[in-house]
Design a protein around this ligand. Structure first.
Ligand code: M6R
Length: 615
């Protein structure tokens, strides 16, 4: 949440402006895009330019003006105060001699602000961040690193910060607690960012700050100066950035979301690659050192947020039915919000996350750790906080996901859950019958089935577009497709801003059906080979009887459903457990085409951000 960028180097003029807007800040814009700003050394002063809105608005505000270096920059997802220019970062000290960009939340900002105001500091924004600028300014006395450390010692909460000083115009100080900061090592230039994709086009080497570390970033220093909060020097570990430049580009697509939906045949193949042996077993290297903990588990908790939570709901069913273990999916913020959660002996938890930095999920994990429940991870982004705080885990290998709406990460998470549930079944010595073999071979066929659905995307577009005038939708599914209905509704809401609710197919008649009328379409997930097919048809009839339009996602060749509903999107037949991987694809495309037709920015929907690093 919020993107930080910074630069020290020889570039000037238009080159430097383009670097700021199109590259360093533009590449982290997915993290928040309510407002943007930059502070740079301008002769003997610090200059600040800020603008409400997206990074390109900042470009407009800078215009032809010459910016200088070092600079620190920010793209914001608003937490404290509206998304206006005054609340945009960088925030500055009273004298304007210290500028700060910040990702995270300062929990005790109100108390700090009151104390600073009593000492005659004048505040100009409603942000929590501004207190940092004032505090650092107050502590500044000959040593910028020391000033930052002293200020941070008063702070409760989370931060990734970059600080620029008028009196030390050759350096940037960065610090981290809970919000990532990495330092890019270029050729005669240095970068700072909350995500290395900011500077990946210029270097593939970086240093990742750990929590409670502070660093001085300065050209010409033999080595970066990094210390921990107790002033102990930290040895600098230079890492290779795994990301390729291709992965962070849109390629032939006009949006990241479109690219990522279409990548799913490949991302799924990557997820499965090397994890199914020639003799039809599952092999998960990341779990091999933890077999005892996995074998002993008697109860499974899955915890996650948003789309990852819907994947967890699929996992709940898989763990129960495939691995034979009682399981419960818990929305991470609800788990963290429970006063006294109680779980049985021998509980084992799985935390799911695309980004690996979601604060709600990290908070849930903290509670699980306090209860001494071992927690394993299913993450996409490599080496992020959630992956690092779990005992072990399985990476999704979906590749970089930039579109704010999660698509390929969902299908890869569900594919990993298929593998893990079968792996646990193997470990627990349950019969490895013909059903398991069919499950595995069916799973291997999924990438090609997904490709076939994506290949008929124009048909889905054609069906979707007339529905763009609807202001409300229901998405209904049963059993393993219930979470998929929820995910379909979330996709439509977040990218098109159209109201949509995911609901249980049969639960519909217990209240929600009251809203059905001719302008309220319902999307139903009705596979022919579901043992509840007949019940599902009855539920569809109930909607039709009340004049509600119905779009069915159904099994190829199902003429019965085609006669009953207004529109059908056909998908190939797959076994029950694999249905989420197949039925979600038309829902992603449906949301995508409606949103595009409504002129929405599908990659950066309003009010959202890709990584939610606030609780
Ligand atoms: O990175 P995570 O998977 O932990 O993120 C969880 C949610 O914030 C995320 O899935 C969000 O709901 C997406 N915008 C959904 O498309």
């Amino acid at each position: 949440m919020c993107g930080i960028a910074g630069y020290i180097g020889p570039r000037t003029g238009k080159d430097l402006r383009d670097l700021l807007i199109d590259e360093l800040l533009g590449r982290v814009e997915y993290r928040g895009y309510d407002s943007a700003g930059v502070a740079f050394v301008d002769g003997a002063n610090l200059s600040v330019v800020r603008a409400a809105g997206k990074v390109k608005e900042l470009g407009g505000a800078i215009g032809d003006r010459e910016i200088g270096t070092p600079f620190i920059a920010h793209t914001r997802w608003a937490t404290h105060g509206p998304a206006n220019e005054a609340n945009a970062h960088p925030q500055t000290s009273c004298r304007g001699h210290v500028a700060v960009v910040h990702n995270g939340v300062i929990d005790n900002w109100k108390a700090l602000r009151k104390a600073l105001e009593r000492r005659n500091h004048v505040f100009r924004s409603e942000t929590d961040t501004e207190v940092l600028a004032h505090l650092i300014g107050e502590y500044l006395n000959g040593d910028p690193l020391e000033a930052v450390r002293s200020a941070l010692s008063e702070v409760e909460g989370t931060f990734g910060i970059a600080v620029l000083f008028q009196d030390y115009p050759d350096l940037i100080v960065v610090a981290r607690r809970g919000s990532s900061i990495s330092i890019g090592l270029g050729d005669g230039e240095l970068f700072v960012a909350s995500d290395p994709r900011s500077f990946r086009s210029f270097t593939d080497r970086h240093v990742v700050l750990e929590d409670d570390q502070i660093a001085v970033v300065k050209l010409g220093q033999e080595e970066l100066l990094i210390q921990d909060i107790d002033q102990v020097p930290v040895s600098v570990k230079v890492e290779q950035i795994e990301l390729t430049v291709d992965e962070i580009e849109k390629g032939n697509h006009d949006t990241y979301m479109g690219k990522e939906i279409c990548q799913q045949p490949d991302s799924l193949a990557q997820t499965l690659g090397g994890r199914i042996t020639a003799d039809g077993r599952v092999k998960l290297g990341g779990l091999e050192d933890h077999l005892d903990a996995l074998r002993l588990a008697q109860y499974i908790i899955l915890t996650a947020a948003g789309t990852s939570f819907y994947a967890s709901m699929v996992g709940e069913i898989l763990f129960q039915e495939v691995s034979g273990l009682p399981a419960r999916a818990m929305n991470a913020s609800e788990l963290a919000g429970q006063k006294h959660p109680v779980f049985p002996e021998q509980t084992l938890a799985w935390a799911l996350s695309q980004s690996g930095v979601t604060t709600d999920t990290l908070c849930a994990m903290k509670i699980l750790a306090e209860m001494q429940i071992p927690t394993f991870g299913i993450c996409n982004a490599v080496g992020q906080d959630i992956a690092r705080t779990t005992q072990a885990g399985v990476y999704c290998r979906a590749g970089v996901e930039t579109g704010v709406a999660s698509t390929k990460a969902f299908t890869s998470q569900v594919a990993v859950l298929q593998l893990v549930s079968l792996y646990l079944r193997q470990l627990r010595g349950l019969p490895w019958d013909e059903g398991c073999q069919r499950h595995l071979s069916g799973l291997q066929a999924v990438p090609e089935i997904v490709r076939r659905i994506i290949d008929q995307r124009e048909v889905i577009q054609h069906i979707a577009e007339p529905y763009r005038f609807a202001t409300d939708f229901y998405f209904l599914g049963r059993g393993i497709l219930y979470p998929v209905a929820m995910e379909g509704a979330l996709k439509l809401k977040e990218v098109s801003y159209v109201h949509a609710e995911g609901y249980s197919m049969a639960g519909m008649k217990h209240g929600p059906i009251a809203l059905i009328e001719p302008r309220f379409p319902t999307i139903v997930l009705v596979p022919k080979n579901d043992e509840n097919y007949a019940h599902n048809l009855t539920n569809v009839q109930e909607i039709r009887a009340r004049g509600g339009p119905v779009i069915a996602i159904a099994t190829e060749g199902d003429e019965e459903i085609a006669d009953l509903v207004d529109d059908v999107i056909f998908v190939p037949k797959v076994m029950y457990y694999l249905m989420p991987l197949v039925y979600v694809i038309p829902l992603q495309l449906f949301a995508y085409y409606i949103a595009k037709k409504l002129g929405r920015n599908v990659d950066q929907p309003r009010h959202l951000a890709k990584a939610v690093t606030v609780g």
